[in-house]
Design a protein. Structure first.
Length: 533
């Protein structure tokens, strides 16, 4: 195979790779996860331990100190804060910054094992301890369900239906209900009747506590089958509670008394609910919907809209689904705004190149810039880098540097081809002379942002996509500069005549002044270093 055939084969491969970068990059862009801001991890957990009846000092000495010493055995621990109040111990645990969203679940499991093992060291009546580490979910969508003329329970039942069905939507992690008013059965004792019939409060408590409890009644053997026996007599409504028989403990009174004779029984809602939600002044039940780790909140929103369009025709008349917060729309607006800024920045760079590099050179460098950006989206998809304000901002920051390598190669080939050198020879000479220095300069530019990407604190985790995108785009700009750029230059730049080879392309006034300044700085290198420092 001669040199010409080898050059043709290399050119064909480079063209194919360039087209693949553009096509696959376009598809990868729409496959990226869209978020408004980067995901980050909350490294805190709360350990709650009840100790009913104990004073704050007793809680501290008998519960908090014991659990603190246990938790301090964790090597991942950063610090502990504790608060002991009457009847309750609260310990806040913070883990070291180096543990990210992938390592933390294992850390929390180890924390739970330590706390569980410490339960045997707690005094009688204390515990069990509850470890709460679920602080990282952010509800991207918040919905309020209202129903004019409907009871709270009826709204709650429809909301449960929505919760069950919407969990099947794309990229939904969890759906929590808020503002649910729990139903309760109130037993209001009539003191006069209780005194007359010899019934005490404890008699009623004991009778209620023994009712509606599952109990095994054995089974009946029928051939090879075992048929379980299910005892009957459960109460299914508040009215049936009135039929409960109370046996007085007072000596000499052995007559059974119905509960309805000594108490008034009614169904109602919890008097002091934890949360009340109102939408436009109407009672409502809220649905908080969060996205899975690495999910696309825009795709989630589209899937939820499709599910809701199927469910709403089944809603009872007068039941309304109201949007309180809808992050997919905010993310779309935010990302579109950044995309416009990115397109404007690309346009400005290309226009400047056209003015100062000429039409052909400017178009070549501008095209290489677009190829590099398309290729960046491919590696962002492979590395699970989300598309949000930080990652798009990194592209805007890197735009000025993405064209540097292509400018050096394009300018070098243009000068040599103007002197009559063949395109293949010019490409080999320019890339051979500048390839390694350009790689070194690109690595230095990437290292300038390494402090962000390697930081283990919350800032580093939040801004890590900034470093990832700059690393991908700048290194890819070097690859395209030594592969695609020589191919484009050889295809679209005109070769000059050999007679023009004697003309000095750097003979202009600006080049002469710059050469003089550079020579002065190199001859007085120590003075130059001092000035730079």
């Amino acid at each position: 195979m001669n040199i010409a055939e080898l050059s043709i084969r290399k050119s064909t491969i480079t063209w194919v790779l360039t087209i693949l970068l553009v096509v696959v990059g376009y598809q990868s862009f729409f496959g990226l996860a869209w978020l408004e801001d980067p995901e980050f991890t909350i490294k805190d957990a709360i350990i709650m331990t009840p100790y009913p009846g104990a004073s704050a000092r007793e809680v501290e000495e008998e519960v908090t100190d014991v659990l603190e010493k246990t938790v301090q055995q964790l090597g991942q621990l950063k610090y502990i804060e504790s608060r002991s109040s009457r009847g309750m111990s609260q310990i806040k645990v913070k883990m070291q910054d180096k543990y990210d969203k992938y390592a933390l679940p294992q850390v929390w499991d180890e924390l739970r094992r330590k706390v569980t093992d410490a339960q045997t060291s707690l005094p009688p009546g204390a515990g069990p301890s509850v470890v709460n580490d679920d602080f990282g979910d952010v509800y991207g969508i918040y919905i309020a369900i209202t129903g004019e003329g409907y009871a709270s329970k009826e709204i709650y039942e429809f909301t449960k239906l929505l919760q069950r069905e919407l969990l099947h939507a794309t990229d939904v992690k969890r759906i929590d209900l808020y503002g649910v008013q729990p139903e309760e059965i109130y037993v209001e004792m009539r003191r006069d009747k209780m005194s007359e019939l010899g019934i005490s409060q404890q008699d009623i408590y004991d009778a209620l506590a023994a009712k509606n409890l599952p109990a095994s009644a054995g089974s009946i053997t029928l051939g090879r089958e075992y048929i379980p026996v299910n005892p009957t007599g459960e109460f299914e409504s508040e009215k049936e509670f009135g039929e409960l028989l109370i046996s007085p403990r007072v000596e000499g009174r052995d007559r059974l008394v119905y509960l309805r004779d000594v108490a008034e029984i009614k169904r109602g809602y919890l008097d002091s609910p934890d949360t009340i939600i109102r939408f436009d002044g109407k009672p409502a039940v809220g649905l908080g919907i969060s996205t899975v780790l690495g999910g696309n909140v825009v795709s989630m929103g589209e899937s939820l809209d499709e599910k809701l369009s199927e469910l709403l025709p089944q809603a009872p008349l007068g039941m309304d689904v109201n949007i309180i917060a809808y992050q997919p729309a905010a993310v779309t607006t935010s990302i579109n705004g950044f995309l416009v800024s990115l397109a404007q920045a690309v346009g400005i760079v290309i226009v400047v190149l056209l003015i100062f590099m000429g039409l052909r050179s400017g178009m070549i460098i501008g095209t290489i810039l677009l190829v590099t950006i398309a290729g960046t989206f491919i590696f962002m998809d492979l590395m699970s880098v989300t598309l949000e304000r930080i990652s798009l901002g990194a592209l805007v920051i890197a735009l000025g540097m993405l064209v540097d390598n292509a400018i050096v190669v394009t300018d070098g080939m243009r000068v040599k081809m103007d002197q009559g050198v063949k395109a293949v020879t010019a490409a080999r000479d320019v890339v051979g002379q500048t390839g390694v220095p350009l790689l070194g300069a690109t690595v230095i530019a990437v290292l300038a942002f390494a402090a962000i990407g390697t930081s283990e604190d919350s800032t580093g985790e939040y801004c890590r996509t900034l470093f990832s995108v700059i690393l991908i785009s700048l290194m890819l700009s070097w690859v395209t500069a030594v592969t695609c750029t020589p191919l484009f230059c050889a295809t679209f730049l005109k070769q000059g005549s050999a007679a023009a080879g004697g003309a000095d392309p750097y003979g202009g006034a600006i080049y002469r002044y710059y050469r003089g300044l550079l020579t002065f700085a190199m001859r007085r290198r120590w003075l130059t270093i001092v000035v730079v420092v």
